[in-house]
Structures are given as structure tokens and as C-alpha cells.
Write a protein that binds this ligand. Structure first.
Ligand SMILES: C[S@@+](CC[C@H](N)C(=O)[O-])C[C@H]1O[C@@H](n2cnc3c(N)ncnc32)[C@H](O)[C@@H]1O
Length: 467
């Protein structure tokens, strides 16, 4: 559940001192009594190593135990915990499956399976596995909590709510469940109860980062900025190096910064990816992808088969307009889940998961056009972006992009976590690199039913750009 602490010692390990499965727990399972002491000791030692986060060492010991007693389910389950800790999720799934093959009524293995499936983003499957765990251990809050979390992640807050209630009936101070409950209530449109659940969770364990983040985000949504800022600052005290929190503190506190951190962008878009197209295009009347891609295609010489780079390609919404004009179409983005969606479109010749400035600085490819729709609002200072873009564009190549507009000079981080840009910053950043062919005022989308104003820019790389 709590992936931050899970990184050190993932939950789900079973204790070697518990009775050998297949005896008391499951009359159907094969009898596996008489595990030799030295094998049992290996599993005990491995479990202790898991708690210290020494996953590889632990995995070796569980592997030894499995080799000695392949019919004993517990080492498979604990091996799965170790593999999950190492990020080897597919292998962890196999180990879990082996544990369950040897003991089909093994609640910890079902819970472990649910955690692995959660990490793989297979939320519905995770909910089903957690349901099995909860059926076998109806009195364990953690099993219900896991199921509630999986249902929330599977965008089924209405299903998650009664499961949260079951868990809280068992443990009214279950802080993980309160955090899930707060998000589920918020998602089904019960804002006051959501806030109260989040406040309760944060008060119960003031040192739990995730509870503070959920509370901070609910407070921000309700424009309770001072309280949100105090909550995020409290969370930052727990980890002063947390760049995501630092960004939120800057955004709400009204202080500027140069760029949204990579972890922030990846988190936001990994969790938005499943509903991005539907929500943005239909609900928020998003237009930036169309206007940027159309402007780039219109500015390219006709029928030349351009090499086009889509920086911050997201789910690939620009792809359908760009593809017919492109001999080669490459996309780059920080969010793995957004890229998965782009891959499904089958329009891009290559898709790279990378930070866009770094990608442009390192690639050997050259392009005739770069497009960037609604991406540079995650940068304050655009100098590095322009310089890197000039470096990969052919002389005369095009850079078509949008930014959110402010009338004041410079750039500014807003409470939304995005930046707005003044015209002077665009012109200053382009100097010596690009000629501004066009800069137009456009509406990018709506936010809370209010239009978001932006600039649509088409820049052309100077023949002798100094980058
Ligand atoms: C609002 S979405 C727009 C996606 C796409 N251009 C479109 O119009 O549908 C912004 C995208 O930019 C990506 N992004 C933001 N900053 C980035 C960076 N520094 N490097 C790579 N991708 C970035 C995000 O991950 C996200 O997918």
C-alpha cells in the first residue's frame, strides 16, 4: 500500500516460523511438514534481509529454500516480495503464481499478487486478487485496504467506498484507508466528506507523506491555499529533497522556479494518461494539438516528406495531423503511460521515454520540424529548450509550439503547477537562434469553464544559429 515505505521493506513477506502451509491452513494442500531446520533458517534469514531492503540477498536464500523444498509455498511468496522490491515485476508474478499453485488458499500470496499487479498498473486484476485475499482473511484491514486502493486506481471510486467502510470498521484509525476514502469521496462528488476524511488521516499520522499530499491537493482544489501550503511544507519537512513537493510549495506559495521537476511531470501524466484524451479533448475542449500540428504542416514546404519531432508527444494527439506530412515521425515524452497510448496509435516511427531537452541534446538525428503542443507550460525558462531545439533542427527548420500567456514580462509559475509566459521571454529566448515567423493569440482549452489563453508560435531556425 504505502509504496514509499514499501521500497525499503515491501509488505507481504510471510514468516518462516508460521506453520508449514498445507497442514492447518489447507486440508487440500499436500502435506509438507518436516521442513529441515537449516531450510527454515534460510527463509527466516531471507525475511530479515527483506526488512532491511536487501532484496537480492534475500532472493538468493529463498531460491535455496525452493531448490531444497519445491513443494513449500512460502519461499515462493517471499521470493515474489524480493523480486517486487527489485522492480522485477514479471518474475515476481511468476513466483506468486507458484506460491498459489502450491497453496491455492494463501491469503498473503493473493495480497502480494495484488501489490505486484498494482505496480504493473493492472488495477482491475489487482482488485480481484485483493478480493481473494480479503475473502480468506476477512478480519485483516490490510487486505480490504489493498482492494479499496486497487478499485480507486481502477477508476471505480463508487466500488471502493464500501470496501473502505469495511476496512475502517475493522480499524477506524486505518490511515491508509482514510486516504483512499478521501480520494474516493472526492471522485464521487462528496467534497466536504472527502476533506474531512483527508484531515482525519493527516491528523492521525502526521508523518505520512501520502496522506499530507492528498490533503494538500484537496485543499488546493478548494482554493484553501494557506492551509494547503502549510500541509505541503509539513510534508517537505519529512523529506527536504523531495522535488515534487518543492514544486507544489513554489506553485501555491507564489514563488518562481525554472522548470517543473521530471518526477512531478511523470507523476501527473502517468496518472492522467487513461482519461487524458477523453477528458482534455471532450471536457476541456482542448485544441492545442490541432492548432500546433496544423500550423507546422502548413509552414512546411509541401510534399517534401519532413522529419518531424514531437516533443512532449503525450498520447500522440498531434500524430494524425503530422503523419501524412512526415517521412519520419519521432515522439519523446517523460510519461511511460502517455507513451503507451501513443504507441497504440501506431503513427510514430519511434517513441522515446526521455526528458525532452536531454533527448535533443543527445540525439544524432536531425529534423525539419519540431512541434510541442501544451508542453512548454511545464518550463519556466525556455532558454535551454530553444537552444536544444536549434541544435537538432536543420537550418530553416521549424519550431511550432504553444505556451500559456501572461501580459507581464518574463515567466511565472502559477498555482496550477504550470507556467505562463510573456512575449518578451519568447523573443529573448529565440534571439540568435530563431526568427519568429508568427506569434498568434489562441485559446488552448478551458479550465473551470474559463478559456485558457495562449500563444501559438512558429519559429524558424536561423541559418547560422549560435546554439
Ligand atoms: C498536456 S500534455 C500534451 C501532450 C501532447 N503534446 C498533446 O498535445 O496532446 C503534456 C505532455 O508533455 C510531457 N512533458 C512535460 N514536460 C516534459 C519534459 N521536460 N520532457 C518530456 N516530456 C515532457 C508530459 O509528460 C505530457 O505528456
Amino acid at each position: 500500500m504505502d509504496e514509499a515505505s514499501a521500497a525499503m521493506a515491501p509488505p507481504g513477506a510471510d514468516r518462516a516460523s508460521s506453520p508449514p502451509p498445507g497442514q492447518a491452513a489447507s486440508p487440500q494442500a499436500p502435506q509438507t511438514g518436516g521442513i529441515p531446520d537449516e531450510i527454515r533458517a534460510k527463509v527466516e534469514d531471507g525475511t530479515a534481509l527483506l526488512r532491511q531492503g536487501l532484496f537480492a540477498e534475500a532472493a538468493d536464500l529463498f531460491g535455496d529454500a525452493i531448490a531444497a523444498r519445491p513443494d513449500w509455498p512460502m519461499p515462493y511468496n517471499n521470493l515474489a516480495v524480493a523480486l517486487r522490491g527489485m522492480g522485477r515485476l514479471e518474475e515476481a508474478l511468476l513466483a506468486c503464481a507458484a506460491a498459489l499453485r502450491h497453496r491455492p488458499d494463501y491469503p498473503e500470496a493473493f495480497a502480494n499478487l495484488a501489490r505486484i499487479l498494482l505496480a504493473l498498473g493492472r488495477y482491475r486484476d489487482a482488485a480481484i486478487a485483493a478480493e481473494q485475499a480479503a475473502r480468506l482473511r476477512p478480519d485483516h484491514t490490510a487486505m480490504h485496504a489493498l482492494r479499496a486502493m486497487a478499485l480507486l486506481k481502477d477508476k471505480a471510486p463508487g466500488e471502493s467506498l464500501p470496501v473502505c467502510r469495511t476496512a475502517l470498521a475493522l480499524d477506524p484509525a486505518g490511515v491508509e484507508v482514510l486516504t483512499v476514502l478521501a480520494q474516493a469521496l472526492d471522485a464521487v462528488g462528496r467534497p466536504a466528506e472527502a476533506l474531512s476524511a483527508a484531515r482525519r488521516g493527516a491528523a492521525l499520522v502526521p508523518s505520512r507523506r501520502e496522506s499530507l499530499i492528498v490533503l494538500g491537493s484537496l485543499l488546493t482544489d478548494r482554493n484553501l491555499r494557506d492551509e494547503a501550503l502549510a500541509v505541503y511544507r509539513r510534508a517537505m519537512e519529512l523529506d527536504p529533497n523531495d522535488t515534487v513537493l518543492a514544486h507544489l510549495v513554489h506553485a501555491i506559495g507564489g514563488t518562481n522556479s525554472a522548470k517543473a521537476p521530471e518526477a512531478y511531470v511523470a507523476n501527473v501524466f502517468d496518472s492522467y494518461a487513461d482519461r487524458f484524451d477523453e477528458h482534455l479533448v471532450k471536457t476541456l475542449q482542448y485544441k492545442a494539438h490541432e492548432i500546433v500540428a496544423q500550423a507546422a504542416v502548413a509552414a512546411l514546404p509541401p510534399d517534401t516528406g519532413a522529419r518531424i519531432l514531437d516533443i512532449g508527444c503525450g498520447t500522440g494527439l498531434c500524430g494524425p495531423t503530422l503523419r501524412p506530412a512526415a517521412a519520419r515521425l519521432v515522439g519523446v515524452d517523460l510519461s511511460a503511460r502517455m507513451l503507451d497510448k501513443a504507441r497504440d496509435r501506431n503513427l510514430y516511427d519511434a517513441l522515446a521515454r526521455a526528458e525532452l531537452v536531454q533527448f535533443m541534446a543527445e540525439t544524432d538525428e536531425r529534423f525539419d520540424a519540431i512541434v510541442s503542443a501544451d508542453v512548454l507550460c511545464y518550463f519556466g525558462d525556455l532558454t535551454e529548450v530553444f537552444r536544444a531545439a536549434a541544435g537538432v533542427l536543420e537550418p530553416g527548420g521549424l519550431l511550432a509550439f504553444t505556451v500559456e500567456r501572461q501580459e507581464e514580462p518574463g515567466y511565472r509559475l502559477t498555482a496550477s503547477g504550470r507556467y505562463v509566459h510573456g512575449l518578451d521571454h519568447l523573443r529573448d529566448g529565440a534571439r540568435g537562434l530563431f526568427r519568429a515567423r508568427t506569434i498568434d493569440n489562441v485559446i488552448l482549452r478551458t479550465e473551470a469553464s474559463v478559456p485558457v489563453h495562449g500563444y501559438l508560435c512558429v519559429f524558424q531556425r536561423l541559418r547560422h544559429a549560435v546554439h
